[in-house]
Design a protein around this ligand. Structure first.
Ligand code: GLN
Ligand code: ZN
Length: 753
């Protein structure tokens, strides 16, 4: 789904704040859909998707359509649209007070979907048929589309058991119950005249699918006979052994991701040939912004064409364009050379059309001109990529094992860190304080040149002072500077490092109406000068209490950027780690005795296949250690993770060897800490004592209760007390109240334990 200027975000937020009506929102949505369809058509794409438009999240759309609406959202007399938004983001107005549904990371991306909640009692019902509605809507605009739906198996596997489910309930057990809904949906779609439908089954690239052959067979033999021709779409990974049964399903076509996994082409061609399937070749990356290398794609494509015949081969993007910004045309600040490296969604649509034309043997002069132009720009990019920063490369090559280890083991470091003079159960925060309107507007003014850098820095210093004074007043122990200088935890560092390129408008949806603008790594990464030392040491100069330095870790910077495609992620991560290592050492030199290096994205970067985990975790952990191990024993290193799912990665968390980690824990019960205990986690740990995602202020009693149960599982010399995550999205009022209660509860704990 594309909306060049975040029109959907703006319209949705305007609706939430009563600035526009539901009808106006529908109208705005129609405009965006029309923009998508007509643009893709103009670019020459044959199979144009519909049904994938969303106001919040495409998985939530399916839940709303299937009547998978938890009881807590009903009975308030809300319109279906408001129920939908309540499920997505919670609702606190007019006597209604319901929290949002759980969100989870979508496969290995930074996109979050709203998790469907199911139990034995779930009664599916087709409330509306989005595929049909949008098919007709596009048709009325003169565009024939290929509607997209999320397949039944993937929908169920992505769901979770709701509160009413009995122990051991598995959503997939509802397959027989959900199939009639899909039958109705597809029957109606066929009746509306759609020739094809794209049914997404990304779960087919995961290990779990190995045990679902029977379910897939049941589902698709029930659906195929009454459906438009089905193209079964897989993406983000490789089918591996699942190919064997997937190719035998009674569908008309199969789509595979050749950007991530070009190695799966041969086996898929063979299987498609045996089964008489149309094969859709996902050459053009749906995950990264680099131009497709036509010659390479054509070579692979010709293999498929010669085996299957032209009519059986389709060219496509590897996945939907969810993770890609809309168009390069909105970028006015990239140089001509840089612009020539990239292609965003609309440019990718052209690439798909051109590749298809080349593969069909087109003699069109425009097609050969595009091929020529592509060749030139790929050559130019390769030339640029070949220019490396030799100093960086040499430094990476010289990394030794000693570089990734602290000087002493944790117990000895813990002794040395007594010099920080922290009390028992030290209180701290995760880094950011409220990013107020004033802060954002100062940054905007700086960007527009309405204030000078000096004026801006004076302003930031005042903000830091405010945050420091507040923390002293409220009685926190390990202070932070509050991060007022940061637009974003990745962008801020990217902008100061060599090797990154920034865009003006390359927004990508993170969840709901939240968008991010990931930087692009284009060449070897290095640090020119200190990035945060000035702020941290200014903050430290204001107080006698220890100040915690605050950096974003190498793996997170990498995972939340568009990485280079010409060298490995491992190498890019090492380069980042060396840059950060210098910053860590400089912070220590400047008198900062505790340094936090955030790695909230380590988990989402886990490969989709278990066999690939060890390798990833090896370099991910090593690079974190490389970034942090340059300090003396007395300097306390911290890390922070914004998730609570540590299943299977405890050994890696331990191996990070941070002196203190803070984790999200307020919403999970004590099972999480029990698991840490069972694993035998040995360093200090600060499980969040309250949820920062909501403006609600936790009571002192609540926090005391949490601390008490935590102390049943964590030795009392190992426990830090802190919120779940940073406070940047919160207001000052609730922040002050909540932190005062945190401090009160910690004081109580010191007296009680
Ligand atoms: N230090 C960051 C903050 O407090 C951490 C943010 C995060 O974990 N996503 O904002
Ligand atoms: Zn966090």
């Amino acid at each position: 789904m594309l909306s060049a200027n975040r029109e959907v975000k703006k319209a949705v937020e305007a609706y939430w704040t009563d600035k526009i009506t539901a009808d106006e929102l529908t109208k705005a949505a129609s405009e965006v859909k029309k923009y998508n369809w007509t643009n893709l058509k103009a670019k020459g794409v044959d199979f144009i998707p519909s049904g994938d438009f969303t106001l919040y999240d495409h998985v939530l759309d399916h839940s709303a359509a299937f009547n998978v609406i938890p009881a807590r959202y009903t009975g308030f007399n809300l319109s279906p649209l408001d129920v939908y938004f309540a499920m997505g983001r919670g609702r606190q107005a007019g006597g209604v007070d319901v929290p949002a549904s759980e969100m989870k990371k979508w496969f290995d991306s930074n996109y979050h979907y709203v998790v469907p909640e199911l139990s034995e009692a779930t009664e599916f019902k087709l409330n509306f048929n989005k595929a049909v509605e949008e098919y007709n809507e596009a048709k009325a605009e003169g565009v024939i589309t290929r509607p997209v739906v999320l397949g039944p198996i993937s929908y169920l596997v992505l769901a979770k058991a709701d509160r009413n489910a009995s122990a051991g309930f598995k959503p997939i057990s509802l397959l027989e119950k959900i199939l009639p809904i899909y039958k109705q949906l597809l029957t109606e779609l066929k009746a509306s005249g759609a020739e094809w439908v794209q049914v997404d089954e990304p779960v087919l690239v995961m290990d779990v699918a190995a045990g679902l052959a029977k379910e897939y067979a049941t589902a698709y033999s029930a659906l195929a006979p009454l459906s438009p021709k089905i193209i079964l779409a897989t993406y983000y990974g490789r089918l591996d052994s699942n190919l064997e049964y997937a190719a035998k399903l009674p569908v008309a076509g199969l789509h595979i991701d050749l950007d991530r996994e070009p190695g799966q082409l041969d086996a898929t061609v063979t299987a498609a040939k045996a089964a008489g399937l149309v094969l859709s070749l996902g050459f053009v990356s749906g995950r990264n912004v680099w131009k497709n290398d036509f010659l390479t794609s054509v070579k692979l494509g010709q293999k498929a064409v010669s085996e299957l015949g032209q009519s059986q081969v389709i060219v496509a993007t590897s996945s939907s364009l969810l993770h890609i910004p809309v168009t390069l045309e909105s970028e006015k600040k990239l140089t001509a050379e840089q612009k020539d490296w990239f292609s965003f969604a609309l440019e990718k649509a052209s690439e798909v059309a051109t590749l298809a034309a080349i593969l069909s043997g087109s003699q069109d002069a425009r097609v050969s001109a595009s091929l020529e132009a592509n060749k030139k720009s790929i050559e130019a990019r390769r030339k640029f990529e070949a220019t490396s920063d030799d100093a960086v490369r040499k430094r990476v090559a010289a990394i030794t094992d000693a570089d990734i280890h602290r000087k002493s083991l944790f117990p000895k470091r813990m002794e040395a860190q007594r010099s920080l003079d922290l009390p028992k159960f030290p209180t701290t925060t995760i880094g950011s304080f409220p990013q107020t309107k004033e802060i954002r507007s100062a940054r905007l003014k700086l960007g527009k040149g309405e204030i000078t850098t000096e004026q801006y820095e004076e302003f930031i210093k005042k903000e830091i002072e405010l945050v420091v004074r507040f923390q002293e007043k409220v009685g926190l122990d390990l202070l932070v500077h509050g991060e007022p200088e940061r637009n974003d935890m990745v962008q801020y560092f990217g902008e100061q490092l060599n090797g990154f390129v920034f865009t003006q408008n390359a927004w990508v949806q993170s969840y709901g109406s939240r968008y991010v603008r990931p930087p692009i790594i284009v060449s070897d990464v290095s640090r020119t000068s200190p990035m945060t030392v000035k702020w941290s040491s200014y903050a430290q100069s204001l107080t006698k209490k220890p100040m915690k330095g605050m950096l974003t870790g190498p793996v997170t910077i990498l995972n939340w950027s568009f990485p280079r495609a010409d060298i490995s992620k491992e190498l890019q991560s090492r380069q980042l780690a060396l840059a950060l290592r210098d910053e860590v050492v400089d912070l220590e030199k400047a008198g900062i005795r505790a340094i936090q290096v955030d790695e909230p994205a380590i988990r989402e970067g886990l490969p989709l296949r278990r066999v690939d985990w060890d390798n990833y975790l090896r370099w991910a952990v090593d690079t974190f250690k490389l970034a942090t191990a340059g300090v003396t024993d007395a300097t306390q290193t911290h890390s922070h993770f914004c998730y609570s799912d540590f299943n299977d990665i405890f050994p890696s968390i331990q191996r990070l060897d941070a002196d203190v980690i803070s984790i999200e824990a307020s919403k999970s019960d004590m099972k999480l800490l029990a698991a840490f205990k069972e694993f035998g986690y040995s360093n200090e740990i600060g499980p969040g004592v309250y949820d920062i995602h909501s403006p609600r202020v936790p009571s002192v009693q609540e926090i005391k209760d949490r601390i008490a149960s935590m102390l049943g599982l964590i030795p009392d010399n190992m426990l830090f007390i802190n919120p779940d995550c940073g406070l940047k999205t919160r207001g000052w009022k609730e922040t002050e109240a909540a932190l005062a209660n945190v401090v009160a509860a910690a004081k109580w704990a010191r007296q009680t334990y």
